[in-house]
Design a protein. Structure first.
Length: 66
């Protein structure tokens, strides 16, 4: 599965790298939403994928804090 490989990569990163990845994903989500609002987005399923990736990143961050 693609998502399990993504989670494995996240688990190898430290907290600073995870926070940077989270910021980048949130920026991408904002840009996708903006494109969707202006009818420039072709692949609307990308929004769902990015939202799930943000949740994965946040889960890994919270797991590493404990």
């Amino acid at each position: 599965m693609k998502s399990s490989k993504y989670v494995e990569d996240l688990l190898k990163k430290n907290e600073t790298e995870l926070n940077e990845e989270l910021v980048a994903a949130k920026k991408e989500l904002f840009n996708l939403r903006f494109q969707n609002a202006t009818n420039q987005l072709d692949n609307t399923s990308r929004i769902k994928d990015v939202r799930k990736n943000i949740a994965r990143i946040q889960t890994v961050i919270s797991a590493k804090k404990n």
